[in-house]
Design a protein around this ligand. Structure first.
Ligand SMILES: Cc1cc2nc3c(=O)[nH]c(=O)nc-3n(C[C@H](O)[C@H](O)[C@H](O)COP(=O)(O)OP(=O)(O)OC[C@H]3O[C@@H](n4cnc5c(N)ncnc54)[C@H](O)[C@@H]3O)c2cc1C
Length: 454
């Protein structure tokens, strides 16, 4: 029987988090010959493709690319990407630290293609199972994935890096409507033409729900690109609020701040999260707010009010009418007045859930004790497991509660991948030491060295 390959690391998902880890593993000699691979659901590399709107910019400096904070001399910097694409001087002339998302996507894809041989694209990881040693320890993990033809794949690994990003959050009054003409912003570009139709399909009314950056981008895009659509942006807050990206506040996104956050008590962490929420949640970049305000103002000038911002508005109920229209019952929180309106379609810019890893790890539940429920994650992003659970599980993008707001963003990727790689290298050394002790016991020899690939 063919011996099963045991990987040192398998990465689930190949977005920027695991891509940054791939770069780090390749660049350091301590980890470069680690046996590792990544499994990615998409057919090819893609970073929020459905929100790659033409003129949308990064909300982070290009200097916070996949590597610069760790090693500005790496060949995978954004600056080297520009150089190799022949655009470095023109980019300098732009005098702008915030490239478009389209360009950053191209940068990420440029890095990703270097690792094509390590990534199994077009496979979804469906389960993680324990591999038990004779003494009952969980010595490794079996990663089960399914490709687009329904074929199942099984791979065994000593360590897992879960970087699966978020899952579209669809709050209850909308979930019960079903998917017809109701889309989440994460599917915007591939679905908007279907739900908006074109001029020939007549006037359409679309409501965009949410008060964050994605909601504002979608609202602005619909208003600009679909002249036959009247768009309504519905927000609970009293106004679209600007994201605070002033320099002192921005320090919370520095790698050093992860230590500050991690060192706090539960209450301290909660309080920090609350104090700085308006850097990332339910806030919009100031230029976009100004652009939307001007668009609504110009409608008043021309006395042609098509698009609206409904602020202070809570959606209390939703219903699907016989003709397919969607009725929203909305209450103005200031006046207390409720009214119902019908729309042809909804775009939900209602954010993301960050608990995808819990379902993936469900098969390990009997062995994990309350590790997942307690959300007990080490500073090195490793899930703290019972002592007989030897396999390592690293979590990226779902540790906001313990590691801070930058955890779901690109802010600390370069440094986080360094910390995870260092932890993996330590584990490799521990394993090697344990193996030496075991061999010494068998042979009665001490002090010999056993070469073990990390
Ligand atoms: C529209 C948009 C714009 C953003 N802009 C910025 C920005 O400007 N600056 C910033 O700092 N952050 C931004 N973010 C935040 C975003 O979370 C990070 O940019 C980044 O995507 C995080 O990378 P990730 O690898 O952790 O997650 P993701 O990018 O979400 O990647 C996760 C990957 O895992 C794959 N996957 C999921 N489940 C499975 C499975 N079961 N099996 C196999 N593969 C799986 C997915 O297909 C995906 O490719 C933005 C987010 C959105 C939605």
């Amino acid at each position: 029987m063919k011996k099963e390959t045991v990987f040192d690391l398998i990465g689930v998902g190949f977005g920027p988090s695991n891509l940054s880890l791939a770069v780090r593993l390749a660049e350091e000699s301590a980890t470069s010959n680690m046996k590792h691979c990544f499994i990615e659901r998409q057919r090819e590399f893609g970073w929020h493709r459905d929100m790659l709107l033409d003129d949308c910019r990064m909300q982070i400096s290009f200097l916070k690319d996949l590597v610069t904070q760790r090693d500005p001399t790496s060949r995978f910097t954004f600056i080297n990407y520009l150089f190799e694409r022949g655009r470095l001087n023109e980019f300098v002339n732009l005098k702008n630290f915030y490239p478009t998302r389209v360009e950053f996507h191209d940068y990420l894809s440029w890095v990703a293609q270097t690792f094509d041989e390590r990534v199994h694209y077009g496979q979804s990881v469906t389960a993680i199972e324990p591999v038990l040693a004779a003494n009952g320890d969980v010595s490794a993990l079996r990663v089960v994935s399914q490709d687009e033809d329904g074929r199942e794949w099984r791979r065994v690994t000593n360590a897992l890096s879960i970087g699966v990003g978020g899952t579209a959050r669809v709050p209850e009054p909308f979930a019960s409507l079903g998917p017809h003409n109701v889309i989440h912003s994460s599917a915007y570009l591939s679905s908007i033409e279907r739900i908006a139709g074109d001029q020939r399909s007549g006037k359409k009314r679309i409501a965009v729900i949410g008060a964050g950056q994605s909601a504002a981008e979608v609202f602005s895009d619909i208003a600009r690109r679909f002249p036959h659509v009247d768009a309504t942006l519905v927000i609970r807050a009293s106004a679209l609020k600007p994201a605070d990206d002033t320099p002192f506040v921005n320090e919370i996104f520095s790698p050093e701040f992860t230590d500050v956050m991690y060192a706090q008590s539960e209450d301290g962490r909660r309080s920090l999260m609350e104090r700085f929420r308006d850097t990332n949640y339910a806030v919009v970049d100031r230029p976009l707010i100004e652009q939307i305000y001007e668009m609504l103002y110009l409608q008043k000038v021309s006395d042609e009010a098509r698009h609206r911002l409904l602020a202070n508005t809570v959606i209390e109920n939703t219903a699907r009418r016989a003709n397919g229209e969607i009725e929203l019952t909305m209450r103005d929180v200031l006046s207390g007045h409720a009214h119902a309106e019908r729309f042809d379609a909804l775009v939900l810019a209602t954010g993301y859930r960050r608990d995808t890893h819990v379902a993936l790890l469900d098969g390990l539940a009997p062995h994990l004790g309350d590790a997942l429920a307690q959300r007990n994650v080490g500073r090195d992003y490793r899930l703290v497991t019972p002592s007989n659970f030897k396999a390592r599980i690293y979590l990226q993008g779902c540790c906001e509660d313990s590691h801070g707001l930058s955890d779901t963003l690109l802010s600390v990727l370069a440094v986080r991948s360094d910390e995870i790689a260092a932890s993996l290298a330590d584990a490799g050394q521990e394993n090697a030491a344990a193996q030496r002790t075991a061999d010494d016991k068998k042979t009665g020899v001490s002090g010999g060295r056993v070469a073990i690939a990390l």
